[in-house]
Design a protein around this ligand. Structure first.
Ligand SMILES: *[C@@H]1O[C@H](CO)[C@@H](O)[C@H](O)[C@H]1NC(C)=O
Length: 653
């Protein structure tokens, strides 16, 4: 009776749809269970501990409770995206109230004290001026820095410096250092040559404000994959300990800070707290380590199927088929199925991880990792850049070329576009590639839509009644018949594979030659996915007039600044809502079961999000904003590593 009741209750929503026969069977099972129980009791001659009238009352109550779930409708009156767009506006307006302003230093300091319950770090006034001169819009809300650094407060400053030294002294760690002395940031000598450009980019970024920084060293993760996953019990303990520390003095930096940082040893240091964990599933050991023991991720038996939608895993952050809360969707603790749905968990290419809290600066991280986020040099140094090329014949055009312009939204192709490599993780004789998001996206768009035996579920207007929407399960080719267009492909060759996994992927995916990055702007919808870590393309996508669809396990420093459904279109990593989302924006025009079906695309909404994202990115995701974020982060890091940190702080004179 209990599993049957649970089943009905958990399937009370229109999506994922369950056939009425299944819920009816579950309902009958409840009756059958009840009946059997009575018979067994009667046969044993036992007297019921509960009075019959009370039993019947309880049973009827249960039935009444479950009845609506059983008789659930498979249609909805409002399109979930309409609601989500509305919610997103409200959320962004609430967010705007928390960002503060640069009107008065005194008030900003007071708000800092209120928010973080301590004084700002020394030289906060310099930071404030810096931010003001760069017209920073966000002055108060730096919760990411606070959250990232909080647990380190439980570790003594000398220990933090020692750990930094340990990490950068052993090249095997793939962690390299930047040293800041007398207001200048320099890359340490022993950096791997392949990663020199990256650290040099970081040094350029730091040097835009390094003159205001005290002496310190920093340890940077050279890999895309994150590094530090402290188990839940320990990290909770550290956070509690940190909260009891008071950092509200008013002194400035200690003199002679440089002496506190050891130089790189002449002979290689061999110890390491990191463990090699590449090429194998890392979810149990690291991915879910930061989750509470009671959570699904730590509790449920390993879900090893990547072809079945786990309803309980998506429900907490979804509205029907759509991703409803971008923040909650990052929380891995209710999503044990992600262990088999992302390359980083399935089989990371370069993954040396630690359970001990180490101060590593990384460009991105999934939920539960304890790396310290910093703005990536990838974007700061323009490794990928939004730079449309005007066609020849227009002013500014170089020579005779068709160009790669960025036309207004309505003039773009009504197509969802993606190009990329199979770089999310390594698949070597393991079939891991079948679960990786990138491969699943390509498979979904190109292979599923050609086989009549494959099924897709799309939310479409109810043909009989145009005020309602209905989840329709259709054969794969229906997607094309409805006029939903995608241009999604892997380019060049199959990367990061071994053995038959290379051939299998070659047989599965039609490879295309690489295209110019600026060709993206010809399309209305651009898909954005993680690679081995974060996606470097997302900022250019935002800056364009196109509309980015984004799914991301890896989150960056600016995650809280953006609002999903207002600045971009969020997608669940399982991709089950992709067709419905595309149908909403692009519209449908085709036939279904011999019936003509036409649904006007939501072009205005699409353009609104594309433009809002572009405008907002131009305000809070500029290079100046990366500088302000990093500057503030390093003032906090400077205080954390100062022997007198409890006495340090800034107060308005
Ligand atoms: C997402 O959920 C959290 C609570 O888990 C809430 O604080 C936040 O406002 C929600 N975000 C949106 C966009 O609704």
């Amino acid at each position: 009776m209990i599993p049957a009741s649970e089943f009905i209750w958990s399937h009370k929503n229109p999506y994922p749809s369950t056939p009425i026969s299944t819920t009816t069977s579950a309902f009958l099972l409840i009756f059958f269970g009840r009946w059997t129980y009575r018979r067994v009791q009667q046969a044993l001659g036992e007297k019921d501990p509960m009075r019959t009238s009370r039993q019947i009352f309880l049973f009827i109550t249960l039935c009444i409770l479950l009845f609506p779930a059983w008789r659930k409708k498979d249609y909805v009156h409002f399109h979930p995206i309409d609601m989500l767009l509305y919610d997103a506006k409200l959320h962004h307006d609430r967010y705007l109230e928390t960002v503060g302003d640069t009107v008065s230093l005194g008030e900003t300091v007071a708000r800092y004290r209120q928010r973080y319950n301590r004084n700002p770090p020394p030289d906060f006034d310099v930071w404030f001026e810096y931010a003001k001169n760069r017209s920073a819009l966000i002055v108060d809300e730096f919760d990411q820095i606070y959250d990232d650094l909080l647990p380190f407060q439980a570790i003594p400053p000398a220990d933090l410096r020692r750990r930094t030294w340990e990490m950068v002294s052993n090249p095997w760690n793939e962690i390299s250092g930047i040293t800041i002395r007398s207001g200048e940031a320099k890359v340490q000598e022993n950096v791997l040559p392949t990663h020199r450009w990256m650290l040099e980019g970081v040094a350029v970024l730091i040097n835009s404000f390094a003159q205001y920084l005290p002496d310190m060293d920093l340890a940077f993760n050279l890999n895309d994959e994150s590094r530090v996953a402290v188990p839940y019990e320990q990290i909770q303990h550290l956070r509690r300990q940190s909260l009891s520390q008071d950092m509200s003095g008013s002194a400035s930096w200690s003199a002679d800070r440089a002496a506190g940082w050891l130089p790189i040893p002449e002979h290689e240091y061999r110890e390491s707290v990191f463990r090699e964990n590449s090429w194998r599933n890392s979810f149990r050991m690291f991915g879910s380590a930061g989750c509470p023991p009671s959570s699904l991720a730590r509790n449920s038996p390993q879900i090893s199927s990547h072809s079945h939608l786990c309803g309980a895993c998506v429900a907490p952050h979804s509205l029907g088929q759509f991703l409803a809360n971008w923040t909650d969707a990052a929380d891995i603790c209710h999503q044990p199925d992600m262990a088999h749905l992302h390359g980083f968990y399935l089989s990371p290419a370069a993954f040396k991880a630690s359970h001990q809290l180490m101060p590593v600066f990384s460009q991105s991280k999934p939920h539960g990792y304890n790396d310290i986020l910093y703005p990536s040099a990838w974007n700061y140094m323009d490794k990928v850049v939004y730079k449309p090329v005007p066609p020849s014949g227009t002013p500014g055009a170089e020579d005779a070329n068709p160009g790669f312009p960025d036309p207004p939204f309505s003039a773009k192709k009504n197509v969802l576009f993606w190009r990329g490599a199979t770089s999310e993780g390594v698949s070597s004789e393991s079939t891991a590639w079948r679960g990786m998001t990138r491969q699943r996206l390509v498979h979904m768009s190109n292979n599923l839509t050609t086989h009549p035996h494959d099924k897709v579920t799309i939310l479409l207007p109810n043909p009989a009644d145009h005020t309602k929407y209905k989840y329709q399960t259709l054969p794969g080719p229906a997607v094309k018949q409805l006029g939903l267009a995608t241009d999604i492909a892997i380019v060049d060759f199959i990367a990061r594979c071994g053995g038959h996994d290379c051939d299998d992927q070659k047989a599965e995916f039609a490879l295309l030659p690489p295209s110019d990055f600026q060709a993206h702007w010809g399309f209305k919808y651009l898909f954005d996915l993680d690679g081995a870590g974060f996606s470097g393309r997302f900022l250019p996508f935002l800056q364009s007039h196109s509309l980015p669809f984004k799914t991301a396990l890896f989150r960056e420093w600016y995650d809280s600044r953006l609002t999903a459904w207002l600045h971009f279109v969020p997608q669940d990593g399982r991709l089950h809502g992709m067709w419905s989302t595309l149908a909403y924006f692009a519209g449908v025009d085709g036939t279904m079961w011999g019936q003509k079906i036409w649904w006007k695309g939501h072009d205005a909404e699409g353009e609104m999000i594309a433009e809002a994202g572009r405008e907002w990115a131009g305000k809070v995701l500029r290079k100046e904003d990366m500088e302000c974020y990093f500057f503030r982060l390093l003032l906090e890091w400077g205080r954390l590593t100062d022997d007198r940190r409890d006495e340090l702080g800034f107060v308005v004179p």
